[in-house]
Design a protein around this ligand. Structure first.
Ligand code: CMC
Length: 449
């Protein structure tokens, strides 16, 4: 999240004596009358561990910061993704999301996130080759898939199968080895579309379609999903491009719930398959990557534009949330939602207009004029319009969170790698404020009332 970069001295109210600028914070503990000086770091942060020196008795643990849901705690220093939530800015490695979405490809953006800079012609050719030739999965994975019920949710299948991949690649445990780590990252990015397509085909009872290495990352994914018999699925270029752009928009979003899980699990030096399965589980929830599916179900339930006011009334009365609205960091329009709205027009020219779009547009119109949403600074987020596009393209709703997870795999891996290379990081271990019973004796069962 962006922070104001003024120094403490610059931030002084006008008219105050100009003292020598100091990037420190003076704290007086009114319990003891003692004063402390704490360094203010880059990003206007203090080290929470510096608070430990503030104590009443010498043998106290020292002061803690209490921050449920980490609303105001930086857990790392990161050079990957920049967000300014007030101004609706999102950049990957410094590049504005709008430019990447307009001019880049998903694999170029993946390279950028993982390596730090946009690739040269040779670099992208080599990376594309690597990804293309790791798309196959071990045949035993198919047996695993067969064990799932016909109506198993694709995310449940994906989480399990990604975790299972760690058993196929036991060398992945050697996370400190750069070359080995890179091989696992390539495997994961390459195999996610294959696993997603297989999960979908299992659900439909259709035979699996193996990867076709002559196709692009996105076209191959669509072919594995939708090919019937010998006829290669040749999607309209507009739709292939739309998926590529949607993948770019979902590739990373700094320290959100699932990324924090990836870093947290990875901090115990677990292999990346296990860590990524955990991250996917975090993404699955309806407040995070499951929101695109929840939006579609909500729009379907509303059913008609005329019922929008009644639905909004219900949300304001506390009967559920307007899914696809609101964000912890964006307090203005999510820049990704703006781009997705533009893609929708291009997609609908090919597929025909999704009738749910009218309901979504009406929800947005009413919500953006309503004081409940204005005062809470609730705007459409990335999930509000994406589902309508996916549905028009023929994806079933159960696949929507998976369509989020495939590109986010890149972000999770970039963040995981950065965490492992950061000498300040160690195993994640937050503290707690204990509010339970004091010591009490064990009472034998027959004596308990
Ligand atoms: N509909 C109605 N009210 C809302 C909504 C919403 N979608 N989002 C927040 N609020 C209200 C909330 O009830 C609270 O009101 P009050 O102050 O009266 O109690 C206030 O706004 C602040 O909400 P919060 O829950 O404290 O905000 P948060 O930062 O903890 O939650 C959020 C962020 C995304 C979980 C939340 O906005 C939400 O549940 N949105 C709907 C689910 C959704 O679309 N999630 C996708 C997020 S973007 C994709 C991703 O990266 O995951």
């Amino acid at each position: 999240m962006a922070r104001d970069r003024r120094t403490a001295a610059e931030a002084k109210p006008k008219g105050e004596e100009a003292a020598a600028p100091q990037n420190t914070l003076s704290i007086t503990d009114n319990r003891t009358g003692r004063s402390y000086e704490i360094e203010v770091l880059e990003g206007d942060a203090i080290r929470a561990a510096d608070l430990r020196k503030i104590r009443v008795m010498d043998d106290d643990f020292g002061l803690l910061s209490y921050d449920p849901a980490y609303v105001n705690t930086a857990s790392c220093r990161s050079a990957i993704t920049f967000i300014d939530g007030d101004r609706g800015i999102l950049r990957y490695r410094g590049h504005p999301i709008e430019q990447l979405a307009e001019q880049g490809t998903f694999l170029e953006v993946a390279y950028l996130l993982l390596k730090g800079d946009l690739p040269t012609r040779d670099q992208i050719a080599a990376f594309t080759h690597e990804i293309t030739y790791h798309t196959y999965v071990h045949e035993n994975v198919l047996k695993l898939l067969d064990g799932f019920r016909y109506d198993a949710h694709a995310m449940g299948i994906m989480i399990s199968v990604v975790a299972a991949l760690s058993t196929f690649y036991p060398e992945a445990k050697d996370v400190r080895n750069d070359e080995n780590r890179w091989r696992q990252m390539v495997r994961l990015i390459a195999k996610m579309p294959t696993l997603a397509a297989f999960a979908y085909r299992h659900h439909r009872g259709l035979p699996y379609v193996y990867p076709d290495n002559s196709l692009s990352y996105t076209a191959n994914f669509l072919n594995m999903l939708f090919r019937i018999g010998d006829r290669e699925h040749t999607p309209q270029p507009v739709l292939v491009r739309a998926i590529d752009v949607l993948f770019i928009l979902h590739a990373d979003h700094e320290q959100n719930c699932s990324t924090s899980v990836m870093r947290g699990v990875g901090s115990s030096l677990a292999d990346p398959y296990s860590a990524l399965a955990g991250a996917m589980a975090g993404l699955y929830g309806p407040l995070h990557g499951g929101a695109n599916e929840a939006v579609l179900r909500m729009l379907t339930e509303i059913g008609h534009v005329s019922r929008v006011p009644e639905f909004i009334h219900g949300v304001k009365a506390g009967k559920g949330r307007l899914m696809g609205f609101g964000h912890r960091v964006y307090k203005s329009y999510d820049p990704r939602a703006k781009i997705i709205k533009q893609i929708a027009d291009q997609v609908f020219e090919v597929t025909g207009r999704n009738p749910l779009l009218d309901i979504a547009l009406e929800l947005e119109r009413i919500a953006l004029e309503d004081d409940y949403f204005i005062s809470r600074r609730l705007y459409p987020n990335v999930d509000f319009y994406s589902g309508i596009i996916y549905q028009a393209m023929g994806f079933p709703v159960e696949l929507f969170p998976v369509l989020f997870a495939i590109p986010r795999t890149v972000g999770w891996l970039a963040q995981w790698q950065e965490m492992l290379e950061d000498s300040e990081q160690k195993i994640a271990r937050p503290r707690q404020i204990y509010v339970g019973h004091g010591e009490r004796p064990y009472v034998p069962l027959e004596l308990r009332s």
